[in-house]
Design a protein around this ligand. Structure first.
Ligand code: SAM
Length: 197
């Protein structure tokens, strides 16, 4: 039968912690698969922010969302800016209220410019912002791709960042196939229900 793929596991952990009406963030909209999944979870009373630095990604995401009936769509905010700015970019009322922030790092598959990739400095800034936006009990997931140039370094930096998070603030876990060192893997962080920062 095999274990779940890293993306399916990310979706499962998110679905277990996300409810209709929630505010959620897709930090890397890309082709919109994850944004669509988040939109379905939060439903018409929810809000989905989707960040990407490429207009092409946001266009693809908008197109994919059109597969949902209009009356089932949440409020969708497509943000053409770096996820590193997410704390300033979201409505102030969302601070501390976000249930899920999802990262799927790397490049936009099928893009004409595969050199546009997530970078460690902005990824780490965005992860810090994500933790500050989460509500207690909320989750951050981060799918890492060590197989492309620069991907292994970025993955190592994210792992280091997650490992040093104070345990009183959050719990960090890793889901990884051990025999394939270049295969994608998943880090997830759950903010403590009553974090003492
Ligand atoms: N979640 C997507 C999906 O469901 O199809 C896949 C995301 S794709 C692997 C990674 C995306 O991250 C690319 O579209 C890329 O443009 C975007 N990206 C790169 N740097 C970024 C940044 N600083 N802020 C936001 N998005 C960024």
């Amino acid at each position: 039968m095999g274990f779940l793929s890293v993306l399916s596991m990310a979706h499962k952990w998110i679905a277990e912690r996300t409810s209709p009406g929630d505010i959620v963030i897709d930090a890397t909209a890309g082709g919109g698969v994850d944004t669509l999944m988040l939109a379905g979870l939060v439903g018409p009373k929810g809000t989905v922010y989707a960040f990407d630095i490429q207009q092409e990604a946001l266009d693809r995401t908008r197109g994919r969302l059109s597969s949902l009936p209009q009356n089932e769509l949440p409020e969708i905010k497509l943000m053409l800016e770096s996820h590193a700015r997410m704390a300033e970019a979201v409505d102030r009322s969302a601070i501390g209220q976000v249930s899920t922030v999802m990262f799927n790092l790397g490049y936009l598959p099928g893009s004409s410019d595969l050199t546009i990739i997530t970078e460690p400095a902005s990824t780490l800034a965005a992860l810090d912002a994500a933790i500050s936006l989460l509500r207690p009990g909320g989750i951050v997931t981060c799918v890492l791709y060590p197989g492309h140039p620069g991907g292994a370094e970025e993955a190592a930096r994210v792992e280091e960042w997650a490992a040093q998070l104070p345990q009183v603030l959050a719990q960090a876990v890793i889901y990884r196939q051990l025999q394939r060192t270049t295969a994608p893997y998943l880090i997830a962080i759950e903010k403590r229900p009553n974090p003492a920062r």
